[in-house]
Design a protein around this ligand. Structure first.
Ligand code: MCA
Ligand code: AMP
Length: 485
């Protein structure tokens, strides 16, 4: 296939050749068949004013699925907007992406024409309901722009083509034996790769049914019959603490964990309770899913397995040489393949720092590989990229936000180990002694939740007399991580 081939992403939604089901897509109890979804998605696409990107308020609703699918079928880039983002972050996403319209309820910080999202054919006037699929765009066209955090600055738009999404999903179909016979269940956010691209769009490409549980609680998973369950480690940690819910998942075909490291004790506990060794996979917004254990292969606790589909990996030492595949020597993980992103929107220099002209992307993760090609992720190079509950959060953006409060003189944000969230966001702040009280700590948390997003709020504030700095004045975060308490 050449790079200019027309897109076939969302094949099961385009062709309707696989068996349909009245509940092919269920979100929080509301359902559509694939034929029904296609009709309303095409009608939504027909309402778009131009070919500009569409900002979609990505609540976990059927409307979000319709709007995202409608954009992709129409060949128009889609920009999911986190529903918990504050006005400033929402405005940044909308402005930076160049979105020309808005799909969702009115929102502070958004001044774009609104396109109504239909959810049932009855909502769509007959003249708007031709269900004629628009001609597919080239595979190399942008499908989606996903905003994600870096170590500093505002979130960056990760530009992914139809080809990246298709090849990424088809690699997972091979690794997991994922077919139209599956029912996928999850309750993850619909503005990231895991919940939206894999859970929803992957199902619409491969023809599996998908059920979004509203929230990713153990009880909701237990109450949802499915063959494949997706969760971030926090979800699996909570399931492991609820034996009744865990046992309800025993009949599944696969339980899949990703987006952050799955603690080995959680893997072991779930094996006892469910009889399943979880499949663990590793990916990034920029790369889709690079590594995974296989449905038909070894599952090793603490390891993320083999390259998925057309993904290739290499591990490099500081001197640029590849490290030996001995299962011990740590190297910087690099990835190449057709599922890679095309760059950060409007940021060619930042893109060039991580994506080489040879097509290799530097992930910023440290890993080891053994002689069988099995990979283990050891950690990240930078302490400034935090993973909390599976969300990627930049320490820098939280620090910038907190420094806007007049009481905060200096601040350093760290991700400290947390049994539930993997890492919890802790803000170490220098303030005048008379200001250092619970009221200010609460205000700092609320400020970040409102200014950035709810999931970026510090879970804890610690007032300290000073921050450790080196001779250059740089805060020594690694030293702070070594100090208990
Ligand atoms: C939530 N709450 C709020 C708000 N939002 N309150 C006020 N304002 C808000 N905006 C309340 C909830 O109602 C709830 O209250 C409480 O806060 C906690 O909510 P919960 O959602 O349970 O949050 P949590 O416990 O902090 O989060 C755990 C979580 C969440 C559910 C696992 O972190 C999550 O959804 N993570 C998924 C992240 C993800 O999908 N990452 C994938 C990135 P109450 O309890 O009273 O009801 S993509 C990626 O990494 C790649 C490519 C990959 O490899 O997958
Ligand atoms: P995001 O762009 O939100 O997908 O975050 C990507 C980052 O999540 C990666 O660079 C890793 O640091 C981390 N990550 C994802 N999956 C795993 C995993 N299975 N084990 C360890 N880290 C992971």
């Amino acid at each position: 296939m050449t790079s200019s081939s027309p897109t076939t992403f969302l094949r099961a939604l385009r062709d309707l050749d696989l068996p349909d089901h009245p509940e092919a897509v269920v979100v929080d109890g509301r359902a559509l068949s694939r034929a029904g979804l296609r009709a309303v998605a095409v009608a939504f696409g027909a309402r778009l004013p131009d070919a500009g990107p569409v900002a979609v308020f990505a609540e976990p609703t059927l409307e979000t699925v319709v709007a995202v699918s409608g954009c992709l079928l129409a060949g128009v880039p889609v920009v999911p907007v986190p529903p918990d983002a504050g006005p400033a972050e929402t405005a940044h996403v909308v402005t930076d992406s160049g979105a020309t319209c808005w799909a969702g309820p009115p929102r502070e910080g958004v001044d774009l024409p609104v396109v109504e999202v239909p959810t049932v054919a009855d909502d769509v006037p007959a003249r708007d309901r031709p269900d004629d699929l628009p001609a597919p765009v080239a595979e190399t066209e942008t499908a989606i722009v996903l905003y994600t955090s870096g170590t500093t600055g505002a979130p960056k738009g990760v530009v992914l083509s139809h080809r990246a999404l298709r090849t990424g999903i088809e690699g997972l179909a091979d690794a997991w034996g994922w077919t139209g016979h599956d029912v996928v269940a999850h309750g993850l956010p619909l503005f990231h790769t895991h919940g939206l691209v894999l859970g929803v769009l992957g199902s619409l490409h491969l023809g599996s049914r998908v059920v979004h549980t509203g929230r990713p609680t153990p009880q909701a998973y237990a109450a949802t019959p499915a063959t494949v369950y997706f969760g971030v480690p926090t979800v699996w940690t909570r399931v492991a603490r609820d034996p009744e819910a865990a046992r309800a998942l025993s009949g599944a075909r696969l339980l899949v964990s990703g987006s952050a490291p799955l603690p080995v004790p959680v893997f072991e506990r779930l094996r006892e309770l469910t009889g399943h060794a979880l499949v663990e996979r590793y990916g990034m917004t920029e790369t889709m899913i690079t590594l995974s254990t296989r449905a038909d292969g070894e599952r090793r606790p603490g390891w993320v397995g083999l390259p998925v589909g057309e993904a290739r990996t290499r591990l490099r030492a500081e001197d640029g040489h590849e490290v030996p595949a001995d299962g011990e020597t740590v190297g910087r993980l690099e990835v190449s393949g057709p599922m890679l992103f095309d760059g950060y929107l409007n940021l060619p220099e930042t893109t060039a720092e991580v994506l080489g002209p040879d097509g290799w992307f530097a992930t910023g993760d440290l890993a080891v590989v053994d002689a069988d090609g099995f990979h283990r992720i050891v950690g990240r190079e930078s302490v400034d990229l935090i993973k909390s509950g599976g969300y990627r959060i930049g320490a820098g953006e939280i620090e910038t936000s907190l420094l806007a409060l007049p009481e905060v003189q200096e601040v350093a944000v760290l991700g400290l180990p947390d049994e539930d969230l993997g890492q919890r966001i802790v803000a170490y702040a220098v303030v005048a002694p008379e200001d250092a009280d619970d009221a200010l700590a609460a205000r700092m948390v609320e400020h970040v939740a409102a200014d950035l997003s709810w999931h970026k709020r510090p879970r804890e504030v610690r007032f300290v007399p000073s921050l450790p700095r080196n001779a250059m004045g740089k805060v020594q975060k690694k030293l702070m991580l070594d100090v208990p308490g």
